[in-house]
Each structure stands twice: as C-alpha cells, then as structure tokens.
Ligand binder design. Structure first.
Ligand code: KG4
Ligand code: ZN
Length: 341
C-alpha cells in the first residue's frame, strides 16, 4: 500500500463531502454533511442556500477528516476536488477552498469530473471490478450509460432526452404530496404496493438507441392521480403504495431495457450503476436478480455511496493523477462539464 494521501472534496450540489484516501483505496476518513433537511422545506435544492451551507460546513469537515486520519495538511500529496458538473455557486465553494488549501499546504490540486466520480463509486468496494464495463449513471441531474474501456477512456452511449430519473422521482413525489427528495420516499412506500396496479408507459422501451425519456411518465402519473381524485378515493386518500410501486416499476423497466440494449450492442457483460437512483431497491434487484440480469454481472456501490460523496472523487482524482492529469493553478468550475461526449 502506497502512502500517497489524497484529500477528496465534493460540493457539486447539496451534499458537502470530504474524504481522506491512502493509496488507491484505503479510506482513512469519510465525512458527509447532507443538507437534505434544510432543502426539504423548500421542496428542492435552493442554489444560493446550498452554497452558503457548503461554506459553513466544508472547512470543519476538512479539519475533522485530517484529525481522523491522524495527518496534517502538509502530509497530503493531492487535493482532488469536484469541478463540475453541478451548481455554479456550490462548485465555486469547493474549488476555491481547494485552491486556498493547496497554496497554504503546498499540495497540488486536481479538478475531478463529478460524473467520473460516480463511475468510480462501484470500484470503491469492489477491488475486482476492472474495465471494460458499462456504467449506468442515474442521479438527480443525469441519466446516461457510459462505456468504460479503460480508466480515463469513456464513451457516452446515450442519455436522457428530458428529465433525469432522479428528477422524475422527485417530481412524482411532489405530485403525490410526498417530501423532497422523492426517490427514497417512493422507494419506501412502494415496498407495500403492487407494481402492476397501474399500467404506466415505459418510455422508449423498444427503440434501438440508448436513450431515455421520463417527462411523459411524470405526466401519466399526474393524469392518473387526477382521475383517481375525480372518481373519489377510499377515505379521500390516494392508493399511494400502489402508485409508487407502479411508477417505480416503469422507471426501472425503462432503465433495464437500455442496459440490456447496451450489453447487446457492446458485448460488455460487466454492468455498474451509481448516482442516487442506484440506491433504489427495485433497480438494484432488477440489475442483480432480474430476468435480463442473467446476461451480465452487476457491480453496485453500497447504498450510502450511490449518492454524492467525496470518496469517489478522491479515488477518481488519484487515478487521474497517476494517469498524468494535471489542473492549472487557476482551476475554475465548469457547471456543464460532460463525460465521454
Ligand atoms: O447522485 P445524487 O445524490 O445527486 C445528484 O448528483 O443528482 O442523486 C440524488 C437523486 C434525487 O433525485 C433522489 O430522489 C434520488 O437520487 N434517489 C433515489 C433514491 N435515493 C435517492 N431515487 C430512487 N430511489 C432511491 N432509493
Ligand atoms: Zn451526483
């Protein structure tokens, strides 16, 4: 195990994450300060508020991570920081802090693509996972399948035409009167529901392209809810468990159909998933135990590392550094950074 120490910093959206990594994969500290409860009362992420919270949380987390790892800032070999995509105000806090610490401690800083971070999340726990593999990135902002031929060699096979899967969950939750973020809430309620109770359309299921679309599904849910309300429901309550289970089933089938297509197109039979929606229990089941899943081996990050975290950023940063990637001293965030496009 090398003694190379990487400090990872993640502030692209509403989670402030800091991690300390030794060598390629030994985690010395992993800290996360989630703002979910702060944003829940607004029904979604409020960008200015998120940036302010990062500002409050970040440096105390860095100090705590160093303390936990028993090292000082000057012992570090690299600071890896998310530089995009994400919310501009949130990214700026992370990148500026990384640059200031880099100067103070005389440690190089490397900007990391947040999506590349998600690609690394399944590798954190699975030492055996090596390219080539297909990566389904499903979060609040992205839904795409990336072909990973080697670390650093990424090809975007296809993505959503409109809403991301996580966004669809969040919008569906709002329609159903459930709190933000909607995914975990729908997942929980769906446990007691019948996935066949309502026949929601499975968008673009049979097209020959790796592509997704979730805005029509959200509208179908809205119409179903209106219909039920017009008919009058038992005790005036919607059949939430059945609605959630049926909606979740449609989203899952849409995702699995395109994973299956990507496996057929590429012949690559290792499949990974990451991003918040990869925490979804129906998707995890379908990827590992579903009928289609016999065609591939699925590698999933633990649930807590599906959502945004700094371990995946530290690991992607260390890998990039070893491959010779360097960032300019005046590194600045790029909110619309893409991957493999
Ligand atoms: O990766 P992430 O933490 O942040 C982004 O980069 O977007 O993903 C957050 C998204 C939210 O839309 C949330 O509703 C969704 O992931 N999510 C889930 C679950 N847990 C989080 N969606 C479905 N089922 C879940 N269990
Ligand atoms: Zn993310």
């Amino acid at each position: 195990m090398s003694d190379f120490l990487t400090l990872g910093i993640e502030t692209s959206c509403d989670d402030t994450g800091v991690a300390l990594l030794q060598g390629e994969r030994r985690i010395l500290a992993e800290l996360l300060s989630s703002q979910i409860r702060d944003h829940a009362r607004f029904g979604g992420v409020v960008p200015e508020f998120a940036a302010r919270k990062h500002l409050e949380n970040l440096l105390p987390l860095v100090e705590a991570a160093l303390r936990e790892g028993g090292v000082s800032g000057r012992d570090l070999n690299l600071i890896a920081v998310t530089c995009g995509p994400g919310l501009m105000g949130s990214l700026i806090v992370g990148v500026q802090a990384a640059r200031a610490l880099s100067q103070a401690w005389d440690v190089p800083v490397l900007g990391v693509n947040h999506l590349e971070g998600h690609l690394f999340a399944p590798m954190v726990d699975s030492e055996d996972l090596k390219p080539p593999f297909l990566s389904l990135i499903v979060s609040g902002g992205h839904t795409e399948i990336v072909r990973v031929d080697a670390l650093g060699s990424y090809e975007l096979l296809g993505q959503t035409r409109d809403d991301a899967a996580g966004e669809a969950y969040d919008k569906a939750a709002r329609i159903l009167g459930l709190p933000y973020p909607g995914g975990p809430e729908i997942d929980r309620l769906a446990q007691d529901g019948n996935p066949d109770a309502f026949a929601f359309p499975v968008p673009l299921q049979h097209t020959k392209h790796v592509e997704f679309s979730f805005s029509g599904l959200k509208t179908a849910l809205l119409w179903q809810v209106r219909r039920l309300e017009a008919l009058g429901t038992e005790g005036g309550r919607l059949p939430l468990a059945d609605l959630c289970a049926s909606f979740q089933s449609a989203v899952t089938r849409a995702l699995i159909a395109k994973v299956a297509l990507a496996v057929r197109m590429t012949g690559i039979r290792s499949v990974t998933a990451s991003g918040g929606v990869a925490a979804n229990s129906a998707l995890r089941r379908a990827l590992t135990e579903g009928i289609e899943a016999r065609r591939w081996r699925a590698w999933l990050p633990r649930v807590s590392r599906c959502t945004d975290n700094a371990v995946m950023i530290a690991m992607a940063g260390k890998s990039g550094w070893d491959r010779g990637l360097r960032s300019p001293e005046d590194l600045s965030p790029n909110p619309s950074l893409e991957i493999g496009g």
